[in-house]
Write a protein that binds this ligand. Structure first.
Ligand SMILES: Cc1ncc(COP(=O)(O)O)c(C=O)c1O
Length: 497
């Protein structure tokens, strides 16, 4: 039963609508508007923006919006009045309202399915690595033959017991090897008993969230920051709140102003996506904050091995005298993400809880991969491979910067990169960000948008582009930069500022 709208003083604001450019845009706009209408966020008789306005705000073509509106119209969610525009239809018994916050996993009082409804994390990569895919290491250098030999050996020699259910915390030898590696390479002293093998850093974050947070707890995250972490942290119904990042990392002043928080999630070695390293002062301040607030710090050291100059800073966990830090690492950036192996190093008194939690989720990681990973480490292949990919990533970074200098020069400097696997070019507007990324993609060059890759909270997003440089050889990077020079409009720093 619908009524014709009488007055419509309010117009829908597109703020909070997030689109994944790799997916059909019209369907996403349709789905997001429909969800807002169904949840009562868009009151009946609210006027929708014109298709031209919404197309401009979302930086999509007008036809894309027209298709979404037509679909909503045909389903009865909106009504159209000649000369007046489109309006939200009055529907009986709308679902209870959920807060109009973005992203959608940021709403603690709704079911998980509702919070994750519009989540775009977890998408598979489209095709083989190409310039400038970010977040993937030099997988072309992975020693497949060695790995295959160790796998074959496992299957020839395994004990039958290894095919049954295994230790939840992980293979004992692998845990010991990781503890030794962290101590010698990352300056983090820990006992093998504090190491829990996980299915990547992602699972480590989710385990910490489920073990330590209660519904309604507040969790501070860096903003811009890692979206997948924010999604995992919200699983127990916690409220994820963004704290801005500056050249020294998480802004402590902003953290203090939040009041009570149960947890802070940070990437201090190499902040994702801005790339800054957290200063020692901030690290100490953050630990003092955690102590004072009875809070926990999740330290995600996802790509800490990739530092190209200067000594790496001590992990927060190594400075922690109060058992406040849970440290996580991953083999995704050193081996390959599809391996799905990572680790969590936690204060000893949390281990039993974390292991029970892991047992109730999926028991443990695949034993063959754990054993082979342990062999790979014990026989020296791992350290050799780490040195190799670090060297290659540095060379690839240099190739990117050399090509950039050649084609764009000092007129459009790409900010220097001393760590990690991507460079970040800040841009003045979201429109330009979108246009440059779309044009690049149309010419076969993949560039992630900073405002999308780092959109983990409701804070306004900075525009920019991420240049992953590790996944392809130097020549491909140079070709891709030349392509950008050809296909992009003329750009220079003064025009951009
Ligand atoms: C900040 C951050 N943490 C962790 C990861 C890796 O997660 P996983 O070990 O689950 O592959 C990534 C990958 O891109 C990341 O950017």
């Amino acid at each position: 039963m619908r009524h014709t709208p009488q007055a419509a003083p309010l117009v829908l604001d597109a703020a909070g609508m997030q689109l994944d450019r790799a997916q059909p845009l019209s369907e996403q706009i349709h789905a997001q508007l429909k969800a807002r209408i169904l949840h009562g966020q868009l009151g009946a008789a609210l006027r929708l923006p014109t298709t031209r306005e919404l197309a401009r705000d979302l930086a999509v073509s007008r036809n894309t919006v027209v298709r979404a509106y037509e679909q909503l119209l045909s389903e009865g969610f909106i009504e159209s009045r000649v000369g007046a525009g489109s309006f939200v239809a009055r529907l009986e018994s709308p679902a209870p309202a959920v807060p109009a916050e973005r992203p959608h996993w940021n709403t603690p009082d709704t079911a998980i399915w509702a919070r994750l409804q519009h989540s775009t994390i977890g998408q598979a990569h489209d095709g083989p690595p190409r310039a400038f895919r970010h977040g993937v290491p030099a997988m072309d250098l992975f020693p497949h033959a060695v790995w295959a030999r160790l796998q074959a050996r496992f299957w020839r020699r395994h004990a039958q017991q290894q095919l049954g259910y295994s230790e939840t915390a992980g293979d004992a030898r692998l845990r010991a090897l990781i503890a030794a590696y962290l101590s010698s390479s990352r300056g983090l002293r820990c006992d093998a008993g504090q190491v829990l093998i996980t299915s990547g850093a992602q699972q480590a974050i989710a385990l910490c969230a489920l073990a330590l947070l209660r519904p309604g707890d507040r969790v501070a995250v860096e903003s811009p920051g890692y979206r997948a972490a924010a999604a995992a942290l919200s699983l127990p119904g916690a409220r994820v709140i963004g704290v801005p990042v500056d050249a020294q990392g998480l802004q402590m002043q902003a953290l203090h102003s939040l009041g009570s928080c149960r947890m802070a999630y940070v990437t201090p070695s190499h902040q994702f996506p801005s790339g800054v390293a957290m200063s020692l002062q901030r690290r100490l301040d953050l630990l003092a904050w955690a102590h004072r607030h009875d809070a926990y710090v999740l330290e995600d050291d996802y790509d800490g091995e990739y530092r190209y100059s200067g000594a790496p800073m001590a992990p927060l966990a190594s400075l922690d005298a109060q058992a406040r830090v849970l440290y996580m690492g991953t083999f995704s950036k050193l081996m390959f993400p599809g391996l799905r192996l990572g680790y969590l190093v936690a204060p000893a008194h949390w281990m039993a809880t974390l292991a029970r939690l892991r047992a109730s989720l999926d028991r443990h990681s695949a034993i063959a991969d754990q054993v082979v990973m342990a062999d790979f480490m014990a026989e020296g292949h791992f350290l050799q491979h780490v040195r190799r990919v670090r060297r290659a990533s540095r060379a690839r970074r240099d190739a990117l910067f050399a090509a950039w200098q050649q084609h764009f020069g000092a007129a459009l400097p790409l900010p220097a990169v001393e760590a990690g696997l991507h460079a970040c070019l800040p841009l003045p507007s979201l429109e330009l960000e979108q246009r440059l990324a779309d044009t690049a993609l149309a010419h076969g060059v993949e560039l992630a948008r900073l405002s999308v890759a780092g959109a983990n909270t409701a804070l306004p997003q900075r525009p920019g582009l991420l240049f992953g440089f590790a996944s392809v050889p130097p020549a491909s990077l140079a070709t891709a930069v030349a392509t950008l020079k050809r296909c992009w409009p003329p750009l220079s720093a003064d025009r951009l500022s």
